[in-house]
Structure formats: C-alpha cells, structure tokens
Design a protein around this ligand. Sequence first.
Ligand code: AMP
Length: 153
Amino acid sequence: MTLEKSFFFGPHKICPTQIFYGSKFAYGLVNLKPIAPGHVLVVSKRPVARFTELTPEEVSDLFISAQHIGRVVEKEFSGDSLSVVVQDGPYAGQTVPHVHIHVIPRRQGDWKNNDEIYDDLNKVDNDDRKPRSALEMAQEANMLREHFPENRC
Ligand code: AMP
C-alpha cells in the first residue's frame, strides 16, 4: 500500500514514498542521512517543536508507534538492541524543530564506545553523511511498509 498523503517534517516536505507507517497522531519515515542501517524517525503529525507541546494522547501514540517500529527495524536490520532517542530542543542536538524519535537498531560492537552514537547523531551536516537517493529511501520504505498493514495516514 502506498500512503498518498505527504507530511511536513519541520521545514521539509516529505514525499509519500519515504513514509512507511501512519497512526492517529504519528508517522514513520526513512532517514535521509541514517547513522546506522535501519535508523528511522517517528514523527508527531502535529508540527510542534518541543516534546512538552504534545498532548498525553499524542505522547502515548508516538511512543507506542516507536515500540511497533522498533520491533520491526530491529528484526529487519539484524539488530540485538535499539537506541530510542529524542533530542528535544536545539541545545539537546535537535536540528529539525518538529518532535521526532530516532529509532536505531544496535548490534554488539557497532560503536566502540556506546555513547559515541550521540556524537554521530549530532554530525548531521558532516560531509561524511551524504544524503541517500530518493530511490534508496523508497525501497527501504516499501520493505518496511509491508509490516504495517493497518497504516493510517
Ligand atoms: P535531529 O538532529 O535530532 O533533529 O534529527 C534530525 C534527523 O532528521 C536526522 O537524523 C536527519 O538525518 C533527518 N532528516 C533531515 N532531513 C530529512 C528529510 N528530508 N528526510 C528524512 N530525514 C531527514
């Protein structure tokens, strides 16, 4: 199933081909510059910048969505653990001012020192992190979308 509606992620218009999951208050999109295979984002449908701006229903739906999505990306990308990260505000590393959860499959030894994952999360504009092609992102979203037949966008 292709999700027809596109959404904004902060200032970025997200193409429907990048979106693989939809719930009442949240959507899931593949990452333009993932720091690990299967690094995806779970985004509040309502475009607010800060976590405190979400209602209890939105918080609940966002995290339940992250739980569903985490289960799928951990399995599909052969992880053994997950990093589930919210950078809430610019001084916490947030670069896109729209509430989102990073869900990142983890494996033993993937980062030499575990907390270095945060250094990499914060190197969004680093030259080493080339944006992926629309085709690559669409292929990943197609694969993930198959796991969510109840999508609601
Ligand atoms: P943060 O720095 O916590 O706000 O995270 C922003 C995330 O959004 C990073 O993982 C970026 O790679 C990702 N990102 C930025 N623009 C896009 C986009 N147009 N589509 C998908 N992911 C994006």
